[in-house]
Design a protein around this ligand. Structure first.
Ligand SMILES: [Zn+2]
Length: 323
């Protein structure tokens, strides 16, 4: 090895990697060296790789499903328009958005703003962030201003993130647990909240004292004096899993003349109430998150659903995803 101060270079000679020596003397001196062909299997495992797909985790708000081209097609009456599939599907559909929708499709954004006007502007539980600041201004309750100027798709997610999770998910309508109406009532009643048919959970009257009850099967108890119904979950009675309705009444603490005051009915467990007060459209086939796993931790934690929504929009905005 020689070093030249003024030429500012370093030159090396010799067998630096050891390959030359190995080729020449390996067979004589290295016990593991061989000239034969051999195979070695290498196995391993990579850490999980994230792939982004538009259909994996996304949520649509209610009213984010407006197909303007389809509505125009429905309204068109001239045959020349009605027969022009290309105009509505390819031309107008491409401009305004068609199924499967994106949340930032032109007609979807415009219609959502109109249809959800009250939710987005006046209801403090569900409104968007600037509107929330305006509402707090009206009652002189202004705090620190954290309003930033986001691009539209990010703004949409920030607005979703500012809404309480229970408002996003909605609640089960109370009409799903009703003992009030007799079962044989032929009139169909529609719940004004969830728009589903109201049905009674009260089955047939249990008239015989020897009626067999199985632990785990609930029954409905009627207090005859005040006309009140309640659900009675059942468990073991005297260590038995099957017993008579009279045994159940005795175990509850009723006197022997309990039939003068109470009646038991079979319970029809079918839940017919729907989800109400929700901001996420659970009826949309494009909402791919699951309502049952959407706990607040699933929603807000690192790599949670909000993170995934944001990452997706950021990657899409930066052109890192092929659409
Ligand atoms: Zn209902």
């Amino acid at each position: 090895m020689e070093y030249y101060l003024w030429a500012k270079s370093l030159q090396a000679a010799g067998d630096w990697t050891g390959w030359k020596w190995t080729n020449k003397y390996g067979l004589d001196y290295l016990p593991y060296y061989t000239n034969e062909t051999s195979y070695i299997t290498i196995t391993g495992e990579s850490s999980p790789i994230n792939f982004y797909d538009r259909s994996i985790y996304t949520a649509f708000k209610i009213n984010e499903d407006f197909d303007l081209a389809e509505k125009m097609y429905d309204a068109a009456s001239m045959p020349i328009l009605k027969n022009s599939e290309s105009l509505f599907n390819n031309f107008l559909g491409t401009i305004f958005g068609k199924k499967p929708f994106y949340q930032d499709d032109l007609a979807v954004v415009a219609y959502e703003k109109i249809a959800n006007f009250v939710l987005n502007n006046s209801d403090p539980d569900t409104c968007e962030i600037p509107q929330l600041y305006n509402l707090s201004k009206m009652i002189d309750s202004e705090g620190e201003n954290y309003q930033l100027d986001y691009p539209p798709t990010i703004r949409r997610i920030m607005n979703l993130g500012s809404v309480n999770l229970s408002k996003l998910l909605g609640v089960n309508c109370n009409c799903g647990l009703s003992f009030e109406r007799p079962n044989d009532c032929a009139k169909i009643q529609i719940c004004s909240y969830c728009k589903k048919e109201k049905k009674s959970n009260r089955g047939n009257l249990i008239s015989t004292l020897n009626y067999e009850v199985t632990a785990g099967t609930s029954v409905v108890l009627k207090n005859k004096s005040i006309n009140d119904y309640r659900l009675v979950p059942t468990g073991y009675v005297n260590s038995l899993t099957a017993y008579t309705i009279n045994d159940l009444a005795t175990s509850i603490g009723f006197n022997t003349d309990w039939q003068d005051f109470y009646e038991f009915y079979e319970y029809i467990p079918a839940w017919n109430g729907g989800i109400i007060e929700n901001l996420i459209d659970w009826n949309s086939e494009q909402t791919t998150i699951n309502r049952t796993i959407s706990t607040s931790n699933e929603w807000f934690r690192d790599e949670g659903l909000l993170d995934i929504f944001l990452n997706y929009e950021i990657y899409k905005g930066l052109g890192l995803l092929d659409e």
